[in-house]
Design a protein around this ligand. Sequence first.
Ligand code: A3P
Ligand code: MG
Ligand code: MG
Length: 378
Amino acid sequence: KRGAEKITVAEPCNKLPRPAPSLPTEPALYSGPFPFYRRPSELGCFSLDAQRQYHGDARALRYYSPPPTTGQSPNFDLRDGYPDHYQTRDEEVQERLDHLLHWLLEHRGQLEGGPSWLAGAIVTWRGHLTKLLTTPYERQEGWQLAACRFQGTLYLSEVETPAARVQRLNRPPLLRELMYMGYKFEQYMCADKPGGSPDPSGEVNTNVAFCSVLRSRLGNHPLLFSGEVDCTDPQAPSTQPPTCYVELKTSKEMHSPGQWKSFYRHKLLKWWAQSFLLGVPNVVAGFRNPEGFVCSLKTFPTMEMFEYVRNDRDGWNPSVCMNFCAAFLSFAQNTVVQDDPRLVYLFSWEPGGPVTVSEQRDALHAFLPTWYVEAMTQ
Ligand code: A3P
Ligand code: MG
Ligand code: MG
């Protein structure tokens, strides 16, 4: 006898309720080596026009056109045109995955790897993955992701949390203006044609968007996702998307080492997560002064962002972000077992806690539109 009798195998006990599965989010649990992430390749693109109408082409793509580096420093008035020249998207409209599904429906026959590749893939927005990447470090905003399986594919679609809705409906006027300023910066930095000059006189319309659709893989999770792209650089070393794309950002001008440190810890994490996922090599930041003018620009190569926090005990780590995301995708894959577009699992997370999940069988939570399900069932 080698003590085998001491081993007690837990008998399945039908009388006790199973503890609800959950996923912890502490950074220390995800600090292993960086997982495999396939270099994202662009499968296609689409555009949304000033009326938020879908077009299966690149008409909304703009061209990076920074001011000459030889001249004086820039002096972009980001408040110019506010509020008269501001047209905002109707945020009451929950678009969910609709535009991406529109693209997918039109291109499902041409996907590399065929329909069997799609059956094993996860379909979502890049922005949803960005939230997953930053979760181990996020201390302010929670999230909810709805998930369902249909013809093998796992679809993930964000649901606005009640707290986020309250915040949106009570958005202070100054925050609304700050959002305008982010878009206004794009107008100063982009032209409508390659080699053209920016025209900052027009409207800022947040309905307009150019979206790239990409294929990648995180660990053993094939991914098909779409993300909004600010512009393409006609002078980029490679004209092949996504490596020609440029992400534009604004941030407050910084004056002390403490301000820079905080910028590296918090803002650079979000910038990195967003651009790394899509394979955007550079983020161009415009720093605005208290009067709302951008007087300096700085390019942050995505692959160099981690260097700013590598030796910071309170910094972020790309491996933690990617390992957590991979763990969440496995958690979702193992939870959403039944193939049924009407059966939705709602994954919820609030800072300080684990990711929890609940089953939603009501029509309210179903997010794959009938037109998509029916066309795919033909
Ligand atoms: P900044 O980039 O200067 O923050 P993006 O940078 O992702 O291309 O988004 C463009 C602009 O949209 C942002 O400018 C900001 O003004 C606004 N925006 C995007 N996401 C936002 C969010 N979660 N909350 C508030 N504003 C947001
Ligand atoms: Mg953008
Ligand atoms: Mg931007």
